[in-house]
Design a binder for this molecule. Sequence first.
Ligand code: AMP
Length: 431
Amino acid sequence: MSTLKAVRGTRDLLPPETELWNRVEATARRVFARYNFGEIRTPIFEDTQLFARGVGEETDIVSKEMYTWDDRARAQSEKAQSLTLRPENTAGVVRAYIEHKLGETGLLQKLYYIGPQFRRERPQKGRYRQFWQIGAEVIGPPSAGSESPLRDAEVLEMLATLLNELGITGWTLEINSVGSATDRPRYLAALREALAPVKHKMSEDNQRRAETNPLRVLDSKDPQDQEIIEKLPKVADYLDEDSKTHFTAVLAALDACGVSYHVNPRLVRGLDYYTRTAFEFTHSGLGAQNALLGGGRYDGLSEAIGGPKAPGIGFAIGLDRLVLTLQAQQEQEQQQAALADAFIAPLGEAQNPAALELARDLRRSGLHIELGDGSFRLKKSFEIANKLARKIVLFGEDELRSGILTVKDFATGEQTKIPRAELARTLKSHP
Ligand code: AMP
């Protein structure tokens, strides 16, 4: 009998890795509590219509990636209900907001969730069929201030704080405004017009989307279509005054609290419900799947699924990717910690004895030193030094005579001349 394995795109999380997951989740809960968010837990499966109407029929998620099945009908006369494993959690939260009439409190609802989501995507590093998201939503009637740009900025500032508190460095916030419900028809018309003469050159999916939902053409990853996509009109040119003012106010509030960002006019995100602010936090260490998290404003989502007007803004962090980033960072830090402070490279065998003396003095001052050999060619010394040490110290005839040594820092690429008396101090100082 063949052995059974976890299904493609799913995986087990074992100790000690689960410790790290728990730590990340606990940090998120702690940070969210400081911003007065409370936890919501919605069901893992919902009526398929929720995602069709909420996320959008033409999105990749709904058209290709959902795990959907017909439930067994209770009576023969009854039609089987179509159910779907949730591919994301915002639609479920908004459904709960409507179902429990949370809007009637007149207050903003600030809700967060942590849980698995399901998408039938092609598995690769950082992309799974069951993956985890930590997300949060701020939603409420307009009278509660749910449309205010301050809410957008507050959510973004909270995310920056969370990533910093987790110790994640090197992230970039990419932000754009994708326009309001009133900008959208004008922009869609412009896209349709621009696509009409060229769409026959595009992939089959995009030929269809060019008619049904041209916004989705923009997030197509199909390489054959990129050249055309590059030349399509930009949403920024179709924003009305209200949308522009809103976006400017979001950016000003970010500036005020020192959250840095990069405005990316091509960012649209793969879900139909976004209006106005849309954003992503990317991380270069993640490779092809570089989005650590994504989010935005969804002013019309509640109405799209039959609820009252309830603008909102939220995000979902890919927990799997967050953990991958932390693990890679920890590994790098451990490698850094194992490096010698310097590699001494005598440039000829004649310098070997003096290089040994120099290494002895530096070691006596507490430094971690690796000593090369004057018989090595310079290239070889550099190769070894690069693997073992943070810096290389070149020690040739000139250096021996003048007492001035050449030091190269591998992290910065900087090369400096240092008098021998100052060498120990220089080698000790690294970030
Ligand atoms: P989305 O719900 O598409 O806005 O995605 C939000 C975040 O969830 C992304 O930025 C990723 O970090 C994460 N994510 C989305 N799909 C996957 C997946 N298949 N596997 C792992 N993480 C994912």
